[in-house]
Unconditional design. Structure first.
Length: 339
């Protein structure tokens, strides 16, 4: 595989020699479903049960002697980690494997149930507001959410547990959250489409506000990595070592997190010095971080630098410089260096 699944130390410096199992996502239920095919239901949604069965099978293949099990996933798989990490830990305890520390790594699955930029009728998954899609989905899937989260909400309101900032405070297992501040999937469900035309001012303000809202939901997340980029998914990309927040790459932050969990398990100490695990960009625009992945124009396929991208999005350098009390040339210099 690539990224975190790679067996090359250059590409995967920390876990290149770990035992890895890849579970393809074929259940379409954000890994939450428990409904089998029946006369009434022509589809089966069994994501939650698939994970349970895989764990059962792996225990006999060496997982039983593991010290750490890291449940990782991207996009719907990232949300699936939040929904399943505690259940996997409970399952292993019930099977008599109390010694295995279960942890989660949720990549690009920390969605917001925010107000859409433009409201549209819920015709399919793309046009449907995030909350409405999950509300309807849970009924089809017979979606299971963790008991501790479920208790926080009224009956029928379990959909809340699919949103990271609502379920995270109820989790027992340590989870590392990786999330682009300007996630393309989030923008799509919010009906912001960055096509060939320049972005209107309303959209531009909406995008900046999305970054602020997302940053806010991460302030109490102990272990997080959130670059100010417009992208989606990272842990399985081979460039995942290149992206940095405050001078630290994601593999290094994960290594720090891993070490701090080992240390705290041993002696309950504070986080390790010089080993940051809460890394959230503070600059306010998409791609104001110079290590962001390259952007391509969706129509021409041409690569763009930060300034070309901002101009393409209708970013008014003069006006922004004025608002910040800067010379336009100074602002452009800051943008291209990522300050």
């Amino acid at each position: 595989g690539t990224g975190i699944l790679s067996s090359q130390p250059e590409e995967n410096p920390h876990w290149w020699n770990a035992n890895m199992v890849f579970i393809p996502y074929c259940s379409s239920d954000v890994w939450s479903g428990a409904s089998s095919k029946s006369e009434k239901n022509e589809y089966a949604f069994m994501g939650a049960l698939i994970i349970q069965e895989v764990i059962k099978e792996l225990v006999g293949r060496g997982l039983g002697t593991a010290k750490v099990l890291l449940l990782a996933g991207s996009s719907a798989g990232g949300t699936g980690v939040l929904l399943n990490v505690d259940r996997v830990a409970e399952q292993l305890e019930e099977m008599g494997y109390q010694g295995i520390q279960v942890r989660g790594l949720a990549d690009s699955g920390w969605f917001l149930d925010n107000k859409q930029y433009r409201r549209t009728d819920c015709i399919d998954t793309i046009t449907c507001a995030p909350t409405e899609a999950i509300r309807r989905g849970i009924r089809y899937w017979n979606g299971i959410v963790p008991e501790r989260c479920k208790l926080q909400f009224k009956e029928g309101e379990e959909w809340n547990c699919f949103f990271g900032y609502k379920i995270y405070p109820t989790l027992r297992c340590p989870v590392f959250v990786v999330q682009w501040l300007f996630d393309e999937a989030q923008l799509t469900v919010d009906n912001v489409h960055l096509t060939g035309q320049p972005v209107q001012e309303g959209q531009w303000l909406y995008i900046q506000n999305l970054g602020r809202e997302l940053r806010n939901t991460l302030k109490d997340v102990t272990a997080s990595f959130a670059p100010a980029c417009l992208s989606h998914e990272i842990i399985m990309r081979n460039h995942w070592t290149d992206i940095q927040v405050k001078g630290t790459s994601l593999p290094r932050a994960l290594h720090c997190w891993d070490r701090s969990l080992h240390e705290s398990n041993r002696n309950g100490k504070n986080p390790l010095k010089g080993c940051p695990i809460h890394l959230v960009d503070s600059c306010p625009w998409p791609h104001c971080n110079p290590s962001c992945p390259t952007i391509r124009d969706q129509f021409t396929g041409q690569e763009m630098n930060v300034i070309q991208f901002l101009m393409h999005m209708g970013f008014d350098v003069q006006k922004m410089a004025q608002q910040q009390g800067l010379e336009p040339s100074k602002l452009l210099g800051m943008l291209s260096s990522g300050n």
